[in-house]
Ligand binder design. Structure first.
Ligand SMILES: Nc1ncnc2c1ncn2[C@@H]1O[C@H](COP(=O)(O)OP(=O)(O)OP(=O)(O)O)[C@@H](O)[C@H]1O
Ligand SMILES: [Mg+2]
Length: 289
């Protein structure tokens, strides 16, 4: 063992953050107030765009109600997180290899919520995810829509939260509700806003302006703008073929937007020492519930 490794282990054992992050992955949760606004497509697009830029990406499907990330990418998992939680498989056995080297942790619909696990299941999951996180630069989490306790806890624990809204009035109202709930839990938590499915840049900008205006006025909160993904029929075509749009239509407007988003994240999101370990500490603690 090198002296560097030994010092990391020592500081871990002493409960201090190591100088070098032991678990490299930046944890980014993607969420929305309203359902059906494009979370799963954005997670897939962003994952592939990051992979194109040489990043090692793991995507976790945390939508236990309607898990469908695997379907979107044409993968058929034989085993899912459920098997890991039951102790029948280790996480490496359920990881799916997706396009461009991304790896996917599949969920199965209707499994126990991540935040209500018994101690043994939690230990299995935490240890497995830590191993996976050591070999990744990004852990992207596709969450279920809406303001449920389990989703909120995941969001609070993640290093970065990306909120997706579309220009529809219902999506705007629900996005504001989500910002408000997150703000009440932790006012200082930064939030990225991503506008999806705008018919034009002007329409998307209007959505950003409207949401910024209400969050600043009523909550005194500034949202950070991650960018916009335009309405692009290539997305639907890719969904129908169960392929990532980034791979299938490399020159489409959606792909270009995903690549810009990936560059933005790469430039703006730094590696935090102890980032992944702190994710789990928060997820496992009861006080933020
Ligand atoms: N930018 C876009 N342009 C065109 N169609 C889009 C775009 N984004 C998403 N869609 C379409 O919207 C639908 C919903 O997308 P998706 O499943 O990613 O949403 P979701 O937020 O994950 O939904 P859920 O809340 O049910 O998990 C899909 O049929 C997808 O093809
Ligand atoms: Mg989804």
């Amino acid at each position: 063992m090198s002296s560097d490794q030994a010092s990391r282990l020592r500081s871990l054992a002493q409960g201090r953050p190591a100088e070098q992050p032991l678990f490299a992955a930046r944890v980014v949760a993607i969420t929305s107030g309203k359902g059906g606004v494009g979370k799963t497509n954005v997670v897939a697009g962003l994952a592939l765009a990051l992979a194109q830029q040489g990043q090692r990406v793991v995507v976790m499907d945390a939508d236990f109600g309607l898990a469908n990330l695997d379907i979107l990418l044409g993968l058929s998992p034989k085993y899912t997180l459920e098997h890991v939680l039951r102790g029948e498989k280790v996480i490496e056995e359920i990881l799916l290899d997706g396009p461009l080297g991304i790896r996917i942790i599949p969920a199965s619909s209707g499994i126990q919520e991540l935040t209500r696990l018994d101690t043994m299941s939690e230990l299995r999951l935490v240890q497995g995810l830590q191993r996976v996180a050591e070999t990744a630069d990004w852990l992207l989490i596709d969450t279920a829509a809406g303001i449920h306790d389990s989703v909120l806890k995941l969001l609070m624990a993640a290093q970065e939260v990306v909120l997706i809204a579309t220009p529809e009035p219902t999506s705007l109202v629900d996005a504001y509700a989500m910002v408000k709930v997150l703000h009440l839990r932790e006012a200082g938590k930064p939030l990225w806003l991503l506008v999806n499915n705008g018919q034009s840049a002007d329409e998307a900008q209007e959505t950003v302006d409207q949401l910024q205006a209400v969050t600043e006025r009523f909550l005194g909160k500034q949202l950070r703008v991650l960018g916009m993904i335009p309405n692009d029929p290539h997305i639907l075509q890719a969904v129908r073929q169960q392929r990532g749009v980034v791979e299938l239509f490399p020159h489409s407007p959606a792909t270009q937007a995903f690549q810009a988003l990936a560059r933005q994240l790469l430039g703006q999101v730094s590696l935090q020492p102890d980032g992944f370990a702190s994710f789990w500490r928060q997820l496992a603690s009861d006080d933020s519930n």
